[in-house]
Every structure is written in structure tokens, then in C-alpha cells.
Design a protein around this ligand. Structure first.
Ligand code: HEM
Ligand SMILES: [Ca+2]
Length: 261
């Protein structure tokens, strides 16, 4: 949890519980890690390229490629990150934003990583793709605020009914649903249109529209995908600098992304 150093790809072993085995990271897709591990191995299979590209850089480029292949913008990835030398589950607590965060909490956590409120709003739109487990938002659709039968009033009522159907009470903890119910496989600004309709899945999504400080940005990007794409590229480029390591005292180039050299 020290930034863009591929520490999240390290596997746990007998003496170390790694970052990816922290509860907040359990949903990270195993096939995503496998893709990075294989791409790095493919680079290293070429003798003239061996030990020159870090896992952290491969991960950043794979992220760019997923966004672009899903219909989003493409962009040059800044390169030269080294791979970190530490990965512990114990380091994760308090470092990740939580789905029940309000705008102040979101803004301050991103600010602690050198990212602006505008960056935070742009990066939240990553939820235009991907899945969430029912447990992460169940409090919004069942007994909201501890009141029996209540639902979060900021949620669209039709959407509540759909969510309750996909995530019945006491549903299996493995069940996950699309975060963007409209265009789940396209990287687009539908995320912001959803927020305008009360269809933000997490409190941390919906507050971006419901808080008057972030709403003008949400409304602007909901209506203008070009402006959103530019803001997203600027923000993810800044995100890619968080905790990047370039000194050999802090990092190296791993041979196998899942294991320290
Ligand atoms: C703004 C604060 C954020 C909060 C509170 C948050 C929270 C969450 C939660 C709770 C999930 C569901 C995990 C699960 O149940 O499986 C999730 C999924 C996801 N988040 Fe975020 N997130 C935030 C920002 C971001 C950012 C900045 C990015 C990337 C730039 C991002 C990318 C994703 C992706 C791609 C998934 C789907 C993973 C999958 O499909 O396997 N999120 N997020
Ligand atoms: Ca989408």
C-alpha cells in the first residue's frame, strides 16, 4: 500500500500475508493479476528486453489497455516505476476509500495522495466498468440507517427494486453485480448520467451528484464525454505517479511479478 509499485500482485506465503489478501482486495480479479504476470513474462522472454520493464509499469499499461479496449480514451503511460520490496495485508487499513464515504472523506483521502477533488470525481468514473459484491451496498437497500424496511432515499426507486432482485437478503457473499447497470462493458460517461438519475451504486458515487460542491462537475461530464475523457486521462496520469519508485534503494525489477526476487 505504498503506491504504484505492483505490491498488490505479490502472493502470500508461509511468512507473509500479502496486500492482496486484505479483505478490501479480495475481489481483485485473479485473471487480471495473471494477465500482468504473463505479459511481463512475455517481455522477459525476449533476451534484449529481459529485466528492463517493471511489473508496476506493465500493470499501468494493462490498465490503460483495458480502458481503451472498452471504448474509453487511450493515453501514453509515464514509465520508469520500479517494483516495491514490501507487500503486507497489515498496511492496507485506512488507505483505501470506502463505499460509505462522503465528499469530505473522499476529497481528503485523495488529497493525501496528491490528487484534487476534480481528480477524485474523474477517477470515480472507473465504476463505469466492473462488478461489486452485494455486501458492499446492502445497507442502502435493506434496513437503511437501522430502520426496518427502509431504503436510502437518495436511490432511484426503480433501481432499488432491481438491486433487491439481484441481491436478495442474505444472498451468497460471492454474488456480484454490474456497477454501471446501463453500459457495464463500455468505458463511458454513463456513470455520471446514472448519478443524475439516483443510480449511483455506492454512497460514495451518489454523493458526487448530491453534494452541491461536486454536482456541477458531474453535470458537465454527464453531458460532454470529450471533456470527461480529458479529465480522466489527466487524473489517471497523476494517479500513476502516486508512490512511484525510481531509486534502487526502494525498488527493483521483479523477475516474476507474484514473488520478490
Ligand atoms: C472514490 C472512491 C472509491 C470507492 C469508495 C471505491 C469502492 C469500490 C468498491 C466497494 C468496489 C466493489 C468491490 C467488490 O465488492 O468487489 C469497487 C470496485 C471497483 N473499483 Fe472502486 N472505489 C473508488 C475509486 C476507484 C478508483 C479511483 C478506481 C480506478 C481508477 C476504481 C476502480 C474500480 C474497479 C475497476 C472496480 C471493479 C472491480 C471488478 O470488477 O473486479 N475505483 N470500488
Ligand atoms: Ca459504462
Amino acid at each position: 500500500m505504498k503506491g504504484c509499485d505492483a505490491s498488490v500482485i505479490i502472493s502470500s506465503n508461509a511468512t507473509n500475508k500479502a496486500e492482496k489478501d486484505h479483505a478490501d482486495n479480495l475481489s481483485l480479479a485473479g485473471d487480471g493479476f495473471d494477465t500482468v504476470i504473463k505479459a511481463k513474462a512475455a517481455v522477459d522472454a525476449v533476451p534484449s528486453c529481459r529485466n528492463k520493464v517493471s511489473c508496476a509499469d506493465v500493470l499501468a499499461m494493462a490498465t490503460r489497455d483495458v480502458i481503451s479496449l472498452a471504448g474509453g480514451p487511450s493515453y501514453a503511460v509515464e514509465l520508469g516505476r520500479l517494483d516495491g520490496l514490501v507487500s503486507t495485508a497489515a498496511s492496507v487499513g485506512g488507505k483505501l476509500p470506502q463505499p460509505n464515504f462522503n465528499v469530505n472523506q473522499l476529497t481528503s483521502l485523495f488529497a493525501s495522495n496528491g490528487l484534487s477533488q476534480t481528480d477524485m470525481i474523474a477517477l470515480s468514473a472507473a465504476h463505469t466498468l466492473g462488478f461489486s459484491h452485494c455486501t458492499r451496498f446492502a445497507n442502502r437497500i435493506y434496513d437503511f440507517g437501522g430502520r426496518s424496511g427502509a431504503v436510502d432515499p437518495s436511490l432511484n426507486r426503480t433501481y432499488v427494486t432491481q438491486l433487491q432482485a439481484m441481491c436478495p437478503r442474505n444472498v451468497d457473499a460471492d454474488v456480484a453485480i454490474n456497477m454501471d447497470p446501463v453500459t457495464p462493458r463500455t468505458f463511458d460517461n454513463q456513470y455520471f448520467r446514472n448519478l443524475q438519475l439516483g443510480m449511483g451504486l455506492f454512497t460514495s458515487d451518489q454523493v458526487l451528484h448530491d453534494d452541491a460542491r461536486s454536482r456541477p462537475t458531474v453535470d458537465n461530464w454527464a453531458g460532454n464525454s470529450g471533456v470527461f475523457n480529458s479529465a480522466f486521462v489527466a487524473a489517471i496520469t497523476r494517479l500513476g505517479r502516486v508512490g512511484a519508485k525510481t531509486s534502487r534503494s526502494q525498488g527493483n525489477i521483479r523477475r516474476d511479478c507474484s514473488t520478490f526476487n
